[in-house]
Design a protein around this ligand. Sequence first.
Ligand code: PA5
Length: 443
Amino acid sequence: MIKLDITKALENAAQAATLKEKVAAAQEALENGTCPGNDFLGWLHLPSSITSAFLSEIKACAEVLRSNCDTVVVAGIGGSYLGARAVIEALGNSFAWLTNKGENPDILFAGNNIGEDYLYELTQYLKGRNFGVINISKSGTTTETALAFRLLKKQCEEQRGKEMARKVIVAVTDAKKGAARTTADKEGYTSFIIPDNVGGRFSVLTPVGLLPIAVAGFDIDKLVQGAADMEAATAPTVPFEENPSAVYAAVRNILYAQGKKIEILVNFQPKLHFMNEWWKQLYGESEGKDLKGIFPAAVDFSTDLHSMGQWIQEGERSIFETVISVDTPEHTLLFPHDEENLDGLNFLAGKRVDEVNKMAELGTQLAHVDGGVPNMRVVVDRLDEYNLGQLIYFFEKACGISGLLLEVNPFNQPGVEAYKKNMFALLGKPGYEKETEAIKNRL
Ligand code: PA5
């Protein structure tokens, strides 16, 4: 089980329990469906309700893509993108695209930006490749994803023929509404449904995340098992002190009330970069509203100690850190001995590289705590499917509780619409005539 260490977060760890009653009330509201946003609680018992028959369906579809494609492009943005990428990058070889010997398709991501160069370069790269597409959009109308999908569908049909394209394009979308559903039904694509009651940022354990992860060759049964075990470990019947999600939610709210307005999620493993990105969306979109909310930031250490380290050590004291610490790396590599010892590092010779990393972690923790940065550690045994499943659910559950402690609706995101409205008005989308006129007057 992942462990949460809060001994360096509060003056006295027992302080966390001051929010025990409020946390219990939040847990109860989630369980009973009496909290704001209660139409989006499908994630709460999702892991324990996923059947092996459903997982087999996903794996069967993944197999079709795996056996017919050397490359699979996953089109999606936000909640329809980050979870899959977080898990695939955490589990995969850091040089996957160079070392792939064909046993797994290369997984690429699109539909998460509007960069013309990105899309051009992607379409160039895909020339001559036997590629497939997973088109993921809950609303089925997101511009970034729809644009990428248009390009990819056309190219796939041209390169692979209509019949094969129909086989290797899969949709993950709403059951009934949206353009992605209309296209999937019209073209006869295999499709999976994103449940109505699961919001994008909580959807990684639906086909949104599970299908791309299975296509990449990872074990989705173990991922779901890890999440289900964490669901049990964070149930309302578990005492507060033993429930890591409850304690994490409480501590971050206590720190926020003390003026710590920014939480920095830290990793010491580059493979976790996108896990940080996924977490940023989860907490940012859930809590940043009603003029409230901890700002979720993220850094990759030790890389960013050489860029952001100064700010964290001595800048404004409005931050706290949460470190994802991985106990055991997958591989062993020793610090080499060097006869000449020109760099003076022979005192490290024979030590595991991870021992050096762990001392960097400990040294950083002590330095930052000395500098007035409270620190929590989320300790994960290793980066495998089972542990990542736990980590995902741990953060999701804590996010639900934490948002309710903050007294916001953690499950909506009304603010995301503002830029879209302006963009459509500026682009002259039919139906936006009044907005177009108004916005032009502002320019
Ligand atoms: O969490 C969310 O709701 C958002 O990040 C969405 O996932 C994102 O905007 C993509 O939306 P859609 O899946 O409808 O294309």
